[in-house]
Every structure is written in C-alpha cells, then in structure tokens.
Design a binder for this molecule. Structure first.
Ligand SMILES: *Cc1c(COP(=O)(O)O)cnc(C)c1O
Length: 228
C-alpha cells in the first residue's frame, strides 16, 4: 500500500476533472477517510502532505488520535449518537453528519463549554434508505432554521452518502439534487446559514461528484486500501 502515490494520483485526478469541467481545484478538498486505519498510516499520509482526515467511529478515533503526531485536522463524518458528542469536543473541526435537532443541540451544548465555534454540515438521506442516517428533503428547511439559532454552530453546507451503485453515473442525480437543495436553502438567506460546502463523493464516484459541484470529497479505500 503506497499511500503517498495514492494521494498523488487522487490529487492529479482532482486537477484533471476540474480542468475538464472548468472548476478551480483549490475549491475541492480531499478528506482522507482513515476510519479503522492505524495512526501509522495516517502519519504516512500526513507526510505526503495530507492535512484533512475523516473519521466515522468515535472509539476508533479516540484510540488513535494522540498517536497522530503530525498537525492534521479532523472531520467527523459518521453516524453520531448524542451521548458520544462530548468525546469529540474540541478535537474535530467539522461534523458532516448532523441530521437531527437533538444531535445539533448536544453539539451546541458541548462546544459552548469550550466557547468555540464548530462547523457543521447537514446530512441528507437522498435515497431514503432506511439503513442510512440523514434528514429528508421535506425536513431540511425546518432543520436548517432550527439549527441556525443554536449557539456555536456554523452551518456550512450539505453532505450526502447516496446509495452505492457500481456505475457512478447512476449516482449523479443524487449529487445534482444535493446541489439543488443547497441552492434552495441559500436563496432563503437564513441568518447564520451558509451553503458553500458540498460534501459528496467517495473512492469510486468522486469524479462525478466533482463534476456536480463537490467541495469536499471523502476518500478512504483509494488512499488506504480496503477496510476489513
Ligand atoms: C467510509 C466512508 C467514506 C469513504 O468510503 P470509500 O469508499 O472507502 O472511499 C466516505 N464517507 C463516509 C460517510 C464514510 O463512512
């Protein structure tokens, strides 16, 4: 597993896709998804210049975070139980997976304790899959308005984890829909709500996601190899 060359290859792909569709590669951030992977691999990625890492499991993250010696930034991207939010307090720069008011309230409460702001994304369940977290389209506006009133939280955009399709083209409509929803919310001009960030696209479909406006792609397998 050559983490460094994987990262280099993904960065080249990001640049190629961006130049093909007329986007600035600077606005596409690579989130290296290191869930289940050990600190040594994260350090290796950091040595290759990677700064932003995504984690999905609270305990797995806590077990290794102190062993990551490079200055990196952490984003939490996985399903999150409210009673575990306190363990992330002050340790993560962004939470991509905010999908309900009770969770947002708990994040607000915890970050009030350290008197710091925290960036969040609202997660949409566009495929309406029972197995996945995320709010649905009908509730999005209400949820955004409610969250916007909570102290410390800064809504930066939307995130989605669409249904897995072997053919990335089949995922394109979901990415497009997420972008439309972000534009819809943006037009409402809710105070304290920004819709600049679009967290979408994973190892097998990030090219399509970039074409559809992703500003954060969450790539695990293509950097660190398959997970057990
Ligand atoms: C695991 C995970 C990813 C990364 O998936 P890969 O297919 O390994 O790139 C992206 N987003 C979320 C929310 C994940 O849980």
């Amino acid at each position: 597993m050559d983490i460094k060359s994987n990262i280099t290859e993904i960065r080249t792909t990001i640049e190629n896709v961006c130049s093909r569709c007329g986007r600035d590669p600077e606005e596409v951030h690579l989130v290296a998804v290191s869930k289940t992977k050990p600190a040594e691999m994260i350090n290796a990625a950091a040595e290759a210049g990677q700064v932003l890492f995504g984690e999905s499991y609270v305990q797995d993250f806590l077990d290794k975070v102190d062993a990551v010696t490079h200055p990196v930034a952490w984003h939490f991207i996985g399903g999150l139980q409210s009673n575990k939010v306190k363990y992330l307090r002050g340790k993560v720069a962004m939470i991509h997976s905010v999908d309900r008011l009770s969770l947002a309230r708990e994040i607000s409460k915890q970050w009030q304790k350290i008197d710091e702001p925290i960036d969040i994304l609202i997660q949409l369940n566009l495929g309406a899959e029972a197995s996945k977290s995320g709010t649905d389209e009908e509730q999005l506006e209400t949820l955004a308005r409610q969250i916007s009133e909570l102290p410390q939280l800064r809504i930066r955009g939307l995130m989605s984890l669409p249904p897995y399709c072997d053919d990335p083209e089949e995922v394109r409509p979901y990415f497009r829909r997420l972008k439309e929803l972000a534009e819809m919310i943006d037009r409402l001009q809710i105070p304290n709500v920004e819709m600049h960030e679009m967290s979408m696209g994973m190892s097998h479909d990030f090219k399509v996601a970039i074409e559809e406006g992703a500003t954060m792609i969450r790539v695990g397998t293509a950097i660190f190899g398959a997970r057990n």
